[in-house]
Each structure stands twice: as structure tokens, then as C-alpha cells.
Design a protein around this ligand. Structure first.
Ligand code: FAD
Length: 394
């Protein structure tokens, strides 16, 4: 029969690789996509859903177009990988043989990295860092706030998916409070990091669009999170106890559990890869892409995962068909919406150097920029969303 490619995870990375292989080598390869969910809500643009710029439906997708292209979608959870037999085990007891395996499970949350916080608490104090029901819960709680209420956000430590994501989220929550005409509502960010992505741009934006509403407090001031009490709605630090009508707690992250179970991670909790191909350094028949891998200078983003997927797809075709392997090139851009038509971006291009994915050129929005540039950035981000979701889901 045809060589078998199995992909675990149908998100930004796994969806792209399955789509790319089906488009370029659908006749030559047998492609199976193992994904635990029936639908996929994008984390990217989920902040815009919070801010009323998007509907929930518009950020929810499925794999029907890929199955129409011949990809076999198996709905189930991968629970183990037998790397010598080259099979994947599912929770229903079935096994799937592969010649090449792509592991793209995204992240798992380390709930107890935040003292006092647990998975059960996320039903009260949502993280919404994996999109779907958590995103809807955060939106409901945001919409239920009254003037004078406080939101307390605890962003994650590095490395985590979407470095500017927590700060775009704060902007979108502030936008909703402002649109309601609230004057006394506040958002406090208790950051475990001394600095964050696009900090100058966000600080300027909050000052301009939401004066007096948003306060960022770094670890040198709050001294560290001592305890989160989700039921009481409090976050205790070394210096103070903060009360929130809404707590948004985002814990530390690691590669999705299946990557750990298969022995593909190192001490960092993420998966080392070969920068030329996205091949796991632990197993030559396995590729790891997206948030689960260690991608050198690249941030964990959907744009990055999509870019890495194309390099992996090319390497898999070169392994299994007579296709040519091209030199690996990667790219990323992260847009963040601060307020209506005020969108900032950061991005870079990358290539392998000394065994690592290394930035070769980069750009970032400027403070004090012409509003027309910010509005054009927003249009660009909307076009990007349309393009990348087609690239992932067909
Ligand atoms: P995912 O997209 O999470 O896909 C993993 C898939 O694997 C999931 O569908 C999951 O169900 C499945 N899965 C996991 N384990 C198993 C298993 N054992 N068996 C079967 N299926 C399994 N990125 C951007 O580029 N731009 C943005 O503007 C942006 N905004 C963001 C905003 C927020 C609030 C957040 C949280 C993230 C944002 N991101 C953004 C980051 C982006 O969502 C992730 O980096 C991207 O989804 C990573 O893709 P992935 O394929 O690695 O993982």
C-alpha cells in the first residue's frame, strides 16, 4: 500500500500538515488525522470574540474539507505511541500504523504552577488559554460585570503560546467595559514576568484608549503570587490581596501530554527538533510542530505552527516520495488589537543556523504611529485570519 502518514492534533500545525500533504501528495500517501474534538475553536481571534469584534461561530471550524480531500479523520484521543512498532494507540483501544508521524498536540496547562489554582477552579476562574467552552465562560463572566468591578489577570511565565495574547486580551476586556460606559471598572495584571511582548505599544495604547482602567504590576512589585482562591475571588501576593469579580488565571505550559508520554520532550517540557526539517531529535520517524516543539527564536503562535507544518510536510514528502527537500525557511507575525482600528504587530523571518531556528530579520509597530497604519494592520490581520484558517482546514 501507500506510505502511511499519521498526524496527531488537527489544530494550526496538524491541520496544515494534513492539508498540505493531501494537496501536494494525496495520491501517493495515506493520510490519517487523529483529533479528539469534533470542532476546533481558534485561540487566535478569541480575544476579538471577547471584544465583540467576532462571533463565536466565526472562530469555530471543522475538518470536513480535509476529509473531502481524502484525509481520514479519526475522532479520538491518542494515548500512546509505540515508536518501535510505529503505531499510535487511541483511547478506544484501536491502533494506527505509520511510516511517518506528526505530533502536534499544542499545550497542556500546568495548573498547580499557580499556587492554589486547579483544573476544577478553571470553571470559576477561567484560563481560556485553550479555546472552546473556556472562551465562552470567560465571555459570560466579562459580560456580567458591573461598573466598579475589578478583573484580576494572572498571565503565564515564559514560554507560553502567544506572547502578546494576555495583553491583547486585557485590551479587549477594557474595550467592552469602556463601550458599556463604565467609569470605575478596573483591570489589574499581576505578571510573573518583569517585561512582556510589545510592552511599550500596549502601555501607550492603554493610556490613550482606557486611561486609568488598566494597571500592570510586575513581580518586583507584587513579590509573587502566594495564593489564588477562585471561590473567594482573591489573589494573594507578597504585598497585598487583590479582589476580582472576575479572575483570569493563565498557568504555566508544557507540550501536550501525548508528547511527554511518547518520550519526545526534554527537561523543558517541550520537544527538541531538527531546525532543517522539524524532525524530532528523539526519533527519526516523528516530526513535532507547533506549540509542543522547541522552535528556537520563534514564538509559539498559529502563524509559527503553520509555517513549521510546511517545512515538515516538505521533509515528509522527501522521505516517502521522490519530492525534493527545500531549505527550511520560517516566518511569523503576531497582530494584537488594542481598540477599534488600533492594531499593532510584531514579526520576523527565520532560518536554521547552528542547529537552531534563528531570526534573520524582524519588524515591530512603533509608538506614536499614524492611526492609518494601525487601521491597515487590523485589515491585514483580518485577511490573515481568513487565509490561515483556509490553509489549516481547507
Ligand atoms: P493547537 O492549535 O492547540 O492544536 C492542537 C490540537 O491537538 C487540538 O485540536 C487538540 O484537541 C488536539 N490534541 C491534543 N492532544 C491530543 C491527543 N492526545 N489526541 C488527539 N488530539 C489531541 N497565534 C497567532 O498566530 N496569532 C494570534 O493572534 C494568536 N492569538 C492567540 C490568542 C490567545 C488568547 C491564545 C491562547 C493563543 C493565540 N495564538 C495566536 C496562539 C495559537 O492559538 C497557538 O500557538 C496555536 O494554536 C498552536 O497550534 P498547535 O497546532 O501547536 O496547537
Amino acid at each position: 500500500g501507500k506510505p502511511k502518514v499519521v498526524v496527531i492534533g488537527g489544530g494550526a500545525g496538524g491541520g496544515t500538515v494534513a492539508h498540505q500533504l493531501a494537496s501536494d501528495a494525496g495520491d501517493a500517501l495515506d493520510i490519517t488525522l487523529i483529533e479528539q474534538n469534533e470542532e476546533y475553536t481558534t485561540c487566535f481571534f478569541s480575544n476579538l470574540y471577547l471584544g465583540n469584534f467576532r462571533t463565536f461561530d466565526s472562530i469555530t471550524h471543522n475538518w470536513d474539507a480535509l476529509t473531502a480531500m481524502g484525509v481520514k479523520k479519526v475522532t479520538g484521543k491518542a494515548t500512546g505511541i509505540d515508536t518501535s512498532a510505529k503505531t499510535v494507540q487511541l483511547d478506544d483501544g484501536s491502533t494506527h500504523a505509520y511510516d511517518r508521524l506528526v505530533v502536534a498536540p499544542g499545550i497542556d496547562l500546568i495548573y498547580d504552577s499557580v499556587p492554589g489554582y486547579s483544573e476544577a477552579d478553571s470553571e470559576i476562574a477561567p484560563h481560556a488559554w485553550q479555546a472552546g467552552p473556556q472562551t465562552k465562560l470567560l465571555k459570560e463572566k466579562l459580560d456580567a460585570l458591573e461598573d466598579g468591578d475589578q478583573i484580576v489577570m494572572v498571565p503565564p511565565p515564559n514560554p507560553y503560546r502567544c506572547p502578546p495574547g494576555p495583553y491583547e486580551r486585557v485590551s479587549m476586556m477594557a474595550h467592552v467595559l469602556k463601550e458599556k460606559g463604565f467609569r470605575e471598572a478596573r483591570i489589574v495584571i499581576l505578571d510573573p514576568k518583569p517585561k512582556f511582548s510589545k510592552q511599550g505599544l500596549f502601555s501607550e495604547g492603554w493610556e490613550k484608549e482606557y486611561p486609568g482602567m488598566v494597571e500592570w504590576i510586575g513581580p518586583d512589585i507584587h513579590g509573587g503570587i502566594k495564593n489564588v482562591d477562585a471561590k473567594a475571588g482573591t489573589v494573594e501576593t507578597d504585598f497585598d490581596t487583590f479582589e476580582g469579580a472576575l479572575l483570569n488565571i493563565v498557568p504555566a505550559q508544557k507540550a501536550g501530554e501525548i508528547a511527554t508520554a511518547a518520550g519526545l520532550t526534554d527537561d523543558s517540557g517541550f520537544c527538541p527538533i531538527d531546525a532543517e526539517s522539524m524532525r524530532s531529535t528523539m526519533d527519526e520517524n516523528i516530526f513535532v510542530i507547533g506549540d509542543a516543539c522547541i522552535a528556537g527564536d520563534m514564538p509559539k503562535s498559529a502563524f509559527s505552527a503553520n509555517s513549521q507544518a510546511k517545512v515538515a510536510a516538505n521533509a515528509i514528502r522527501a522521505d516517502l516520495t521522490d519530492a525534493r527537500k527545500f531549505p527550511a525557511r520560517y516566518a511569523n507575525t503576531c497582530w494584537s488589537l488594542i481598540a477599534t482600528d488600533n492594531d499593532v504587530k510584531v514579526g520576523a523571518q527565520y532560518a536554521p543556523a547552528d542547529g537552531k531556528i534563528t531570526s534573520t530579520a524582524s519588524f515591530i509597530s512603533q509608538t506614536g504611529e499614524d492611526p492609518a497604519i494601525r487601521a491597515a494592520n487590523y485589515d491585514e490581520s483580518v485577511a490573515w485570519y481568513e487565509a490561515i484558517t483556509k490553509d489549516i482546514f481547507g
